[in-house]
Design a protein around this ligand. Structure first.
Ligand code: ZN
Length: 426
């Protein structure tokens, strides 16, 4: 059973009903200003949860994400939709770590999820709560992982999905979204997608799977609850040891904050006695969070123009208040990297660990590399990098491989080929 009690404003703490669709996606109306909009966060009866939760029973309730159903906001089990997401492997690095000069480096490989990205945790929970609230159409502004995952989970739940994409979207995502039955609506501007989405929510009653608010994105409160299971699993995978640092690429920050919320709830439930520092990695040509923190702001401001980067999953001109809070509350670090560093890290991750990630995930590796070089990470610290999605979603973002001419099926042709093309001798 769910121990969720209400939604609370992350800034002022005002409480809202869990089931009031009319207000919960628009942020807190009480502390709203011209520049700031605070998100609402799901709260639980932590006192009762602490009494009935032990390491032995934690995460043993159902399948997929629902193994953590006590700490998720869906109140009626009949609405639990699952594609058996989560429970992804935490892989100990034994080669990349040497390149990065680290003794204890781990990769949480979220590309093993049903639609090959960490967004499946978010969408699993968001769709399930949506069905419980009576949703018939799910809507999202996304040209990537979030859109693909929304379409998959909407399909599994038996409802329609509408995906507002940018004018250009790569073929892999188009194919994937349409295969699930998602309806793609390309829009010429990024901001225009949010405006249309807001009207769909307000005028048509469609169910939002992500942010659409201005001046700041408030995120999807229930999606963030799904994302937090990533934090739970990291601690479980490490046999209840708390790493020093957890590193994610940062876009709008739902997955980033969700992971932090999960990690901090583990401490709140007395399952562990401390929390890690969070490290966010943005692209240098943008970095709204790093810039806001450097300027000492208490909110994030939009970057103009929008960043241009090959890491499309984190090509955002704004991020959320949740992301800022995760850094501040965890005494974390907000860093940024260049496309050149991302490319080098992607190759390194694939060639040293056999993990072919999307460029955004490689940004996290590049961020760790540069922080280690600057001495802001110590060699003996336990570091967990979240590999958010696979490189197969958009292989040509990083390189267009030259065509390879086929050889005759002859031994001599083969020997000649591996010698001339790959430099292998007898
Ligand atoms: Zn508030």
């Amino acid at each position: 059973m769910s121990f969720a009690t209400d939604l609370k404003c992350l800034k002022c703490g005002l409480s809202y009903s869990l089931n009031n669709k009319a207000v919960i996606f628009g942020g807190c109306h009480s502390c709203k200003t011209d520049k700031f909009l605070s998100p609402l966060i799901v709260s639980y009866d932590y006192k009762r949860l602490t009494e009935c939760t032990t390491r032995e029973t934690f995460g043993k309730k159902g399948s997929g994400l629902w193994s953590f159903s006590d700490l998720l906001p869906v109140q009626d089990n009949r609405y639990q939709v699952t594609l058996d997401e989560g429970h992804t492997p935490l892989i100990k690095s034994n080669r990349l770590n040497e390149e990065l000069d680290l003794d204890n480096l781990f990769i949480k490989d979220e590309s093993r999820n049903p639609t090959w990205s960490f967004k499946d945790r978010n969408c699993c929970c968001a769709i399930s709560k949506g069905i419980e609230l009576g949703a018939t159409v799910a809507v999202i502004a996304s040209s990537g992982n979030h859109g693909a995952s929304t379409a998959a989970y909407a399909s599994k739940a038996g409802i329609q999905s509408v995906i507002f994409t940018k004018g250009s979207i790569n073929d892999a995502f188009t194919t994937q979204i349409q295969a699930y039955g998602g309806l793609i609506v390309p829009v010429t501007t990024s901001e225009g997608r949010w405006t249309l989405m807001e009207r769909c929510v307000k005028e048509k009653g469609w169910y939002p799977m992500g942010s659409y608010t201005n001046p700041m994105p408030t995120g999807q409160p229930f999606g963030i609850e799904g994302s937090k299971t990533l934090g739970y699993e990291i601690i479980q995978d490490l046999d209840w040891r708390v790493p020093e640092k957890v590193v994610l690429p940062l876009g709008l920050g739902e997955g980033f904050y969700g992971t932090w919320k999960g990690l901090s709830e583990m401490e709140q439930l007395d399952l562990v006695d401390n929390t890690p520092s969070m490290i966010s990695v943005e692209v240098e040509d943008g970095a709204p969070l790093a810039k806001a923190l450097n300027r000492g702001l208490d909110h994030v401001e939009k970057i103009a123009p929008a960043p241009s980067t090959l890491a499309s999953s984190i090509a955002t001109s704004i991020t959320s208040y949740q992301a800022m809070r995760a850094i501040k509350d965890s005494t974390g670090i907000a860093t940024s990297v260049s496309d050149e560093m991302i490319l080098a890290a992607q190759k390194l991750l694939a060639s040293k660990e056999g993990l072919y990630s999307e460029p955004a995930s490689a940004a996290a590796v590049a961020g760790v590399r540069s922080l280690r070089e600057e001495g802001r990470i110590d060699r003996d610290e336990t570091i967990v990098i979240v590999l958010t999605s696979t490189g197969m979603k958009d292989p040509y973002a990083t390189t267009i491989p030259p065509p390879i001419a086929a050889i005759e099926p002859k031994w001599e042709s083969f020997l000649d080929f591996i010698h001339t093309s790959h430099g292998l001798s007898d």
